[in-house]
Design a protein around this ligand. Structure first.
Ligand code: ZN
Ligand code: ZN
Length: 202
């Protein structure tokens, strides 16, 4: 429920974050939080003079419950298209009952966001790089705790070693701000903190 950076906003629902990018006519939601998150998103949109009808897209980083909890409600109350990685589409449908309209692949551009496929936590997990603000939305790839980044605990991932490889791949992505789904955004020092984590990983 705060303005984070330029045109990026954070809506926090207990332990999970969703982000809103409000840019001209485009209002893009990144992830859909828990079942309870829709009302927080609605209230926040209202403070900006917007409603669900103004949402143009929802991009889902992966199918876990705390990322698609409000997806059905949001889709039913908006005309937003839903985008996700091609390997995550069936999982999202079976978890949320929602059809994904746009199948994303590594390197694709969607609404100013560059797709970085980072499998491991789930098969079609993605990070999204906002080229305009050099902000990287990392989903559950890493979590922030007390200003530091950590791997998401291994038991949450289907393939933790693959997730680790995906973290290392982000070394080659040009970003400054790191926007996690769990923990606080790391503004300006995102890349630096990620490099610190990588040096600790074998
Ligand atoms: Zn997850
Ligand atoms: Zn999560």
């Amino acid at each position: 429920m705060v303005h984070v950076y330029e045109d990026i906003h954070l809506v926090k629902d207990s332990y999970v974050n969703v982000y809103l990018i409000v840019r001209g006519a485009d209002v893009v939601l990144i992830d859909a939080g828990l079942e309870s998150t829709w009302s927080l998103i609605k209230d926040y949109l209202n403070t900006l003079g917007l409603t669900f009808k103004d949402l143009t897209a929802v991009v889902i980083t992966h199918h876990h419950r705390d990322h698609v909890g409000s997806l059905k409600y949001v889709v039913q109350n908006s005309n937003a298209v839903v985008a996700a990685h091609v390997d995550e589409i069936e999982l999202i449908k079976s978890r949320s009952g929602v059809n994904v309209n746009v199948a994303l692949r590594d390197g694709d551009m969607f609404k100013g966001l560059k797709v970085v496929h980072t499998p491991g936590h789930t098969p079609g997990h993605i990070c999204l790089l906002d080229l305009k603000t050099k902000s990287l939305f990392v989903g559950d790839l890493v979590v922030e705790e007390n200003g530091e980044l950590n791997e998401i605990p291994h038991h949450y991932s289907i393939d933790p070693m693959k997730n680790r490889e995906a973290i290392k791949k982000l070394r080659y992505v040009d970003f400054n701000n790191l926007m996690p789904s769990h923990g606080e955004p790391l503004l300006h020092v995102g890349k630096e903190k990620l490099e610190e984590l990588i040096t600790k990983l074998v």
